[in-house]
Design a protein around this ligand. Structure first.
Ligand code: SF4
Length: 439
């Protein structure tokens, strides 16, 4: 009987892709996937630390597994990801969840097979964390969720130290993969039939800054654009301070780079942007939006917005509302500021009371949702190219996929279209999705 494994993933695309790598490592050790923990012989929690409740959820789940571990003592339980990069969280696990067997981090996924051996030999809890590293392990492959679109890491870590963010402490300093290794990986993916690539990094715009030779993110896009078989290139996440004219030109002139950009603004107030250590002003940001729309008229722009950052006044918030009205985003991830222990902002005075945060948050949604709908209504009676991704969760006669601008489209179709490009005529627009029929 093949042993079975389960991975529970929290957080961002970086974590999703790390879980694809952990899955590849475990299948190479002879395990096979199950999504039923009761049947599992190896359970991994790949954790996120951006939000408090993500952490609490993990503790809750580990507590719930105590009984299963008692009934299946040979079950191996591992915890990894950003949460484990923090000593405080590791100590909670070691003190309160002694049934956890392996603890590893974000910088040493490649060591998992060794850590499993060490645990089996000692029957002790194995803890292996690399606090900060300049190393990059390029040799781990990934069991990718899709067979036609793929995440590809281009860099790790972040040097920006936004005051609300824990990532620089959990993912270390910025380090870029060598372009040859990225190109080789994508050429391999293209030969396997992959059509869409999502280039991943905390701040992809600063790709190449650690090299002792000049090679920028725009250069990488140009080289990826040359790869036969790849038809769409996306990337995430971009920091406005590093969005250069060179990059905007590359996005405008490279045919495979999709007309979509996620450009987190976080706040519309210069006073708050300074307190966040974002290193740009609202004027800088609005100028970037102007340049982007001039170079790529149909570009879809999405963003991240934090409401209720410490010290945020009604005037500051009005500036955020004013900015979103000016930019007219296609969509946005919106967050109520929550203190993240270990960040500078968590120690700031003037924390905004929850009821004020929630009231402002609602006012923000009341303004941006109608804008999302208005942007989507521009697609009505238009035919768009869609890469079909999956069967809709609620109705298996309905397929879903995305346009080059990242719009989620639902339409009737058969499963054999998954992984293919189709043309869909849009006959309905909603706040977050489009609907249409095949043409
Ligand atoms: S750019 Fe800022 S928000 Fe993004 S990962 Fe780096 S520190 Fe965090």
């Amino acid at each position: 009987m093949k042993k079975k494994y389960t991975i529970v993933t929290y957080g961002c695309q970086m974590n999703e892709h790390d879980s694809e790598k952990i899955s590849w490592l475990l299948e190479n050790l002879g395990y096979e996937w199950t999504d039923n923990k009761e049947d599992s012989d190896f359970i991994v929690y790949n954790t996120c630390l951006v939000r408090e409740n993500a952490e609490l959820k993990v503790y809750g789940q580990l507590g719930a597994l105590k009984d299963l571990k008692r009934r299946k003592p040979e079950l191996i339980l591992a915890v990894c990801g950003c949460m484990m990069q923090r000593e405080e969280a590791r100590n909670v696990i070691l003190e309160k969840y002694k049934h956890v067997d392996i603890i590893f981090g974000t910088n040493n996924i490649h060591k998992l097979p060794i850590l499993i051996d060490r645990h089996k030999q000692t029957n002790e809890t194995v803890v292996d964390i690399i606090e900060d590293t300049r190393d990059i392990d390029d040799n781990i492959e990934a069991n990718r969720k899709y067979s036609f679109k793929a995440f590809v890491n281009i860099m790790y870590g972040c040097n920006n130290f936004c005051t609300y963010c824990i990532v620089p402490y959990t993912r270390g300093r910025e380090r870029s993969r060598e372009p040859e290794s990225i190109i080789k990986e994508i050429e391999q993916l293209a030969s396997e039939g992959y059509k869409e690539i999502m280039l991943l990094g905390q701040n992809v715009n600063s790709y190449g800054k650690t090299f002792d030779y000049k090679y920028t993110f725009a250069d990488l896009l140009k080289d990826v654009n040359k790869i036969d078989g790849i038809e769409r290139i996306r990337f995430m996440t971009s920091h406005p301070k590093d969005l250069s004219d060179e990059l905007i030109n590359a996005m405008a002139n490279l045919d495979k780079v999709c007309e979509q950009l996620h450009l987190p603004v976080q706040s519309g107030s210069n006073r708050i942007l300074k307190a966040m250590n974002r290193k740009y002003t609202r004027e800088d940001y609005l100028l970037l939006i102007e340049k982007l729309r001039k170079a790529i008229p149909d570009i879809a722009i999405t963003t991240d917005i934090i409401v209720g950052f410490p010290g945020e006044t009604e005037e500051d918030f009005q500036e955020t509302l004013d900015l979103v009205k000016k930019v007219k985003y296609d969509s946005a991830f919106t967050f109520l500021y929550s203190t993240r222990e270990g960040t500078i902002a968590a120690r700031m005075e003037n924390q905004v009371p929850d009821e004020i945060k929630k009231e402002r948050f609602q006012r923000l949604l009341d303004i941006i949702y109608p804008i999302f709908l208005e942007k989507n209504q521009k697609y009505l009676n238009k035919t768009v190219e869609v890469l079909v991704e999956e069967v809709s969760k609620n109705n298996d006669e309905i397929l879903s996929g995305r346009t080059r601008t990242g719009k989620l489209v639902h339409f009737k179709g058969t499963k054999d279209l998954i992984g293919k490009f189709v043309n869909v005529n849009i006959d309905a627009a909603k706040t977050f999705t489009l609907e249409g029929y095949l043409v």
